[in-house]
Design a protein around this ligand. Structure first.
Ligand SMILES: Cc1cc2nc3c(=O)[nH]c(=O)nc-3n(C[C@H](O)[C@H](O)[C@H](O)COP(=O)(O)OP(=O)(O)OC[C@H]3O[C@@H](n4cnc5c(N)ncnc54)[C@H](O)[C@@H]3O)c2cc1C
Ligand code: FES
Length: 279
């Protein structure tokens, strides 16, 4: 019988530094056949572990078309993630998953898509953004609004330049605090609303970032005509098992690890206000 708790070894092929505290790891499973069949969807997460140190949920930032490669963007937040930041190409981590639900994809073909991210919120969205770009002609207008505290905290800076070249894709960036290198917008991500037309009746929004950002972004989206069921938010909660057994991640009657991490705002509104902690 398959034991869900047994992780699979994966080798770090390369490491990309995104900012002072964030790195993207490009991984290949030691068992290459597993890498080819590792069947994940954009929005899902994996449990990453270092033996003897710990385990944490991390969103997959690559897209399924990149298999057998698996990419994870990790911020050094505590014991495990700081230890992962010490690793070098050729070192090993362990992976189990993929877990959780995913962003809507097939069902939103033909519609306008709006991605709104803050800080380390872009990595989970990058998986669906890359998938959409792989089938660009299947979707209508695409807008990506991304903000970070400082210019050097923006992830995927070089890749974003290539996104800006794709037809009918608008990418707007902002930082809370500019430095001499920054020529762009200064202000929180919602200040980008003044720079573009966000009004829609059937657009689909994907949102990831800190709770305070999510709260104000939802308000802005509602004012622009987005329906609650068309706003998809990915949540972070403390997790242990990742598979609906331990109860660490529950909000109301939902487990974020199996019912989420992606929820529509329509679903979130039904959960207890204090526990959902976003709006
Ligand atoms: C579904 C999901 C997807 C995630 N995706 C990513 C990702 O793509 N990249 C990434 O860098 N991180 C991601 N995280 C957050 C990541 O899991 C935590 O930063 C990690 O668990 C920290 O582990 P640690 O042992 O290094 O830190 P710890 O020593 O456990 O904690 C360090 C600090 O972070 C806080 N913390 C730990 N876990 C969480 C959490 N879940 N929510 C809020 N605060 C927390 C602690 O209170 C403490 O202040 C995700 C979390 C979830 C639930
Ligand atoms: S993490 Fe154990 S139930 Fe969700």
């Amino acid at each position: 019988m398959k034991n869900e708790y047994i992780p699979h070894p994966a080798i770090i092929e390369s490491i990309q530094k995104e900012s002072f505290d964030t790195k993207t790891l490009r991984l290949v499973f030691e068992d290459r056949a597993l890498g080819n069949s590792f069947d994940y969807k954009p929005g899902q997460f994996v449990q990453v572990s270092l033996l003897g140190v710990g385990e944490a949920p991390i969103s997959v930032t690559s897209c399924p078309a990149q298999r057998p490669i698996l990419e994870l963007t990790i911020r050094a937040a505590g014991k495990l993630t700081r230890a992962i930041h010490e690793l070098e190409p050729g070192d090993m981590v362990h992976i189990r998953g993929p877990y959780g639900n995913c962003f809507p994809f097939e069902e939103v073909k033909g519609r306008d898509l709006y991605f709104v991210a803050g800080g380390i919120g872009l990595p989970p969205l990058r998986s669906v953004i890359k998938s959409v770009f792989n089938q660009r002609e299947d979707f209508a207008r695409i807008k990506i609004l991304y903000g970070a505290k400082k210019p050097d905290e923006l992830c995927f800076k070089e890749e974003i330049k290539t996104w800006q070249q794709i037809p009918d894709v608008e990418v707007l960036l902002t930082v809370d605090e500019a430095d001499e290198s920054w020529q762009g917008n200064v202000g929180v991500v919602t200040t980008l609303w003044d720079k573009t037309d966000m009004v829609t009746s059937d657009g689909v929004a994907y949102v990831c970032g800190p709770p305070i950002m999510i709260r104000f972004v939802i308000e802005k989206l509602q004012n622009c005509g987005f329906k609650d069921e068309n706003v998809h938010i990915t949540l972070e909660r403390y997790m242990k098992c990742g598979i609906g057994k331990c109860g660490h991640c529950n909000i109301g009657d939902k487990f974020v690890c199996v019912d989420g991490p992606v929820f529509s705002y329509g679903e979130l509104k039904k959960l207890p206000e204090k526990e959902r902690a976003i709006a």
